[in-house]
Each structure stands twice: as C-alpha cells, then as structure tokens.
Design a protein around this ligand. Sequence first.
Ligand SMILES: Nc1ncnc2c1ncn2[C@@H]1O[C@H](COP(=O)(O)OP(=O)(O)OP(=O)(O)O)[C@@H](O)[C@H]1O
Ligand SMILES: [Mg+2]
Length: 340
Amino acid sequence: MVYSSTKEMLGEQTTILPEGGHFGTYTVERLLGRGGMGEVYLMCGPAGERHAVKVLRPDASEKGSGELERFVREAEFLMTVRHPNIVEVYDAGIDPETGLCFLTMEFMPGGSLRQLLESGVAMSFSGITMIAADIARALALVESRGLVHRDVKPDNIMFSADGTAKLADLGITRFGRGIERMTMVGATVGTPAYMSPEQMLDSHSVDIRSDLYSLGVVMYEMITGRRPNDGENAMCTLANAIGGRQFADVRTIRPDTPPELAALVSLLTHPSADERPASAHAVLEFLCTPGRMAGYADAAANPPRPPWYRDRGVLYAAAAMVLAVESLIVALATVWTRSP
Ligand SMILES: Nc1ncnc2c1ncn2[C@@H]1O[C@H](COP(=O)(O)OP(=O)(O)OP(=O)(O)O)[C@@H](O)[C@H]1O
Ligand SMILES: [Mg+2]
C-alpha cells in the first residue's frame, strides 16, 4: 500500500514502521531516533547485517516537486564517499511496497553526541579535542569535494563502537535545506543555534568556513554544556552576529579550559567568515599536534600555534576592539532611543 500522508499511514501507530515488521528485505528491530525528515531504525538484513535505515515521512517532501528523486540522486552520490569519519551510506531509494523513501547507512552503536551531551557528563578536554579532530577530518574531505555540509550539530555526530566520531547526513542536508526547511518542519529542526550568520542570510552561498563555525558552536557546547546563544531567538543571534558580537569566552563558564582551546573556539565562531581559520586542514593541524590528542595537558605546557594564530595579544586586542565598538553602538542606540 502506498500512503499519501503520515496521518493515514500512522493511524494508531506511533512510529512509521512497526518493530518486528518487514521493510524490503530487512526486519525492523527498533526505532533509533526521530529527526525533522523522518525516523531512523535499526534493521537486520537477510545476511544478519545490522544497518541504520532512515525512513522519510511521506509528507517530508512535496509530491510532484521532484524532491524525492533529488534525494535519491544525492544519496547515490553519497555512496561514492568513503571516509573513516563519515557515516557510510549503502543504499537509497523508494520502497515499492510502501512508497516510502529510505536511506540505508552504517549503524553507529555509540549513539550521537547529542545523547552524550544530554547525559550531563562533563567532557574531558582530550575527549573534546579528539571528537573535534575527527569532525575536522570529515570536513577536510567535504571541503576537498567542493561541498559544504550545512548541518554540523551534535545530532549529526555519531560514535562507532570504538568511540570514533563520524559525521552523518552529508549531502542529505542539501535536500530542502536551510531556512526553507526550518520553516517546513518547524520546531523539530527549528534551532538555528549551530548555523553561521552567513548561512542564516543565504544558505546557498556558503563555504566550508560556515561548517567550521558550526563545529566551533559544537565545541563550545562540549566544553561548557550549553550553546553560546541559548535563550536567544534566531533573529537576535543574527542581529548580534551582524553587529560583530562574539560569544562569551568559554572560560567564563569553564575557567579551567586550556587557553588555546578557548582561542580556537573563539576563532571558529567568529561572526565574520574571513576571520575564521580558512580550511578544515588548518583546524586539524592545530588539533592533531603530537601530545595534544593523547592528553591535552601534555601539550598545554608548550602549545603549538596554528599559522593563523599569530599572537594571543592580537586576539585580546581584537576582542577589546569588538567590545569597544559594541559599547559605542549601545551608547548611540540609547541616546537615539531617548532623544525626543
Ligand atoms: N547511522 C545511525 N546509527 C545510529 N543511530 C542513528 C543513525 N543515524 C541517526 N541515528 C539516530 O536517529 C536520530 C534521528 O536522526 P535524523 O538524522 O533523522 O535526525 P537529526 O539528525 O536528529 O535531525 P535532522 O532532522 O535535522 O537531520 C539521531 O538523532 C540519532 O539518535
Ligand atoms: Mg541526522
């Protein structure tokens, strides 16, 4: 049976597919999670292989718009991308029995970074550095293919059994992306917390530095347990970014953060793309300096500097200048609003 709406298909059911049921040649084991476009299930194939299968809601794309076909085409491209830090995509298509669009991928038994963050554990600096380096490696490949992920966030960072972090949903994010997609699915996707200011303005014309900004926000959250723009709405975040406001230093929340790690987060989350590291490789080089990966404290004694990190004094001077300009704007705005 081909369903025309989620409501029709779900009926009394709370998931798109029932556990223990069949989907193509797979048996559905359990629901792994839900996203803005559909649900992800752990499924068992005929040879006993266990894969994660993303099943899109029937109304996740408009009928007749060619979106489903585009999704499958993009997934076919993704099948050619192989990298140890990118969740592998095996297959994609439209199931003839249900009409549901699906994507078969590598099962990540370690769950997502979102789940880890929600568990409330304080993450170690070496752990944070390793995860950030894994994602920087994935982004270096994304960059080398001339792509931009556009949705780097804790929900799309998954762990394998040995703890390797991998980036998920590459390419899929071009399917109904950006602001349009946020509008389409509302609150489910609705947090712009990880989006760079330029992506909020025009999601089509961004480059890898936009993904690096998102990585910086993810790092901020790993370090402090909260997002830098928590409590702000999208317009407020965007207005602040356009005004050149930087997020508060992570050390105001977690004072023992190694200064180099704090500086990297500040640079990655700079409102201006030109002020961020220019490539994923530059970030990787900084994070992967020998000693740093094994334990942050080892390297902190004699911290190496990335090429774009010239002098901490320059950084402080820049921060002071931003603060001064910000104070001036606030003062002018106050005078302006008070004047009759
Ligand atoms: N390959 C996978 N292995 C294990 N669990 C997965 C896998 N892919 C996704 N999940 C789980 O399913 C959940 C939903 O994933 P999905 O990609 O649909 O949504 P999302 O990334 O959370 O949000 P969005 O809709 O913005 O993409 C994830 O948060 C994760 O917990
Ligand atoms: Mg995802």
